[in-house]
Write a protein that binds this ligand. Structure first.
Ligand code: GAZ
Length: 269
């Protein structure tokens, strides 16, 4: 395993759960305070890692210098907030913390909705997924209007709730590309749209680009998640080699014929 005297985060690049940690550290100006070790999702995990996790494979995990293991991005966020308390990113006031946590409590439903939508392969339920996604955004809109009607973020600044949601807003650019789904321009979604767009543009949230997400998540759009291979393919769209910058944009049409390894620029020869 890599040597470290600092906390070590093992992560899969482009994984939204890991980006949460990167955003938090960036907001604190502490990008170098934690080491990052990249794990290739398309290959079996190394033995030293499986020993430390006792067999679980989901990333990110944080390894402490004393040998401790912390799993789950929201738990790791809290831990980093506590070991690096200044500047604080989470709210301090107990009631405000509760508001922040209520919004964060919604992240699972939001995330699941967007991923199930992009992974769907059945055109007959496509509209249903789009409607569900809009419901999710409507809930966020109502929450923001209730707790900070005149503002942009949940509170005055990009904080913990934004750290949790922004990586999903970034990933959900895949819905615009593969499903032609975006938030309507209407007033109903104006509050959440402004929140999302400001979060997406924030300087601490630029670890991944739209192009990278669209290219790497092609397999998700075909229903193959977590580095799994779609039928007829031999290289995952999550591969490190060839690098995504050297590959063409995948076809936007995900319900028709699937693109081959070669068409996706996944072969080296
Ligand atoms: N709850 C954990 C956290 O840290 O917050 C989730 C961590 C996780 O799922 N990590 C994924 C992983 O390591 C990579 S990111 N997978 C490899 C493995 O061996 O387990 C996928 C979904 C989904 C939502 C998100 C993701 C995703 O469905 O981005 O379905 C396939 C995975 C709702």
């Amino acid at each position: 395993m890599p040597d470290t005297t600092r906390p070590l985060v093992c992560h899969i690049p482009v994984c939204p759960f890991s980006q949460r940690l990167e955003i938090l550290l960036s907001l604190k100006g502490l990008t170098g305070a934690v080491d990052f070790h990249v794990v290739d999702i398309t290959r079996p995990r190394p033995d030293w890692l499986l020993e430390r996790t006792r067999g679980t494979t989901a990333m990110p995990i944080l390894l402490t210098p004393k040998g401790g293991v912390i799993k789950e991005s929201l738990v790791i966020l809290r831990y980093l907030e506590e070991i690096f308390p200044i500047p604080a990113i989470a709210r301090h006031d107990p009631f405000e913390r509760a508001i922040e946590r209520m919004l964060i409590a919604h992240e699972g439903a939001f995330t699941t909705c967007g991923y199930r939508f992009v992974m769907n392969r059945d055109t007959s339920v496509r509209a249903e997924f789009a409607a569900r996604m809009l419901d999710e955004y409507a809930r966020l809109d109502a929450f923001l209007r209730r707790h900070n009607p005149g503002g942009i973020f949940l509170f005055e600044e990009f904080g913990l709730a934004e750290t949790v949601f922004t990586p999903m807003f970034k990933r959900f650019l895949f819905l615009e590309y593969y499903e032609n789904f975006d938030l309507p321009e209407s007033a109903d979604f104006a509050r959440v749209r402004q929140w999302r767009d400001t979060c997406l543009a924030h300087p601490s949230a630029q670890q991944v680009s739209r192009e990278q997400i669209v290219k790497l998540y092609y397999d998700y759009a075909l229903g193959a998640g977590n580095g799994a291979l779609p039928e007829g393919r031999t290289v995952s769209s999550f591969t490190f080699d060839p690098h995504w910058t050297e590959r063409p944009w995948p076809p936007r049409e995900k319900y028709g014929r699937a693109a081959t390894d070669r068409e996706l620029g996944l072969l080296n020869d």
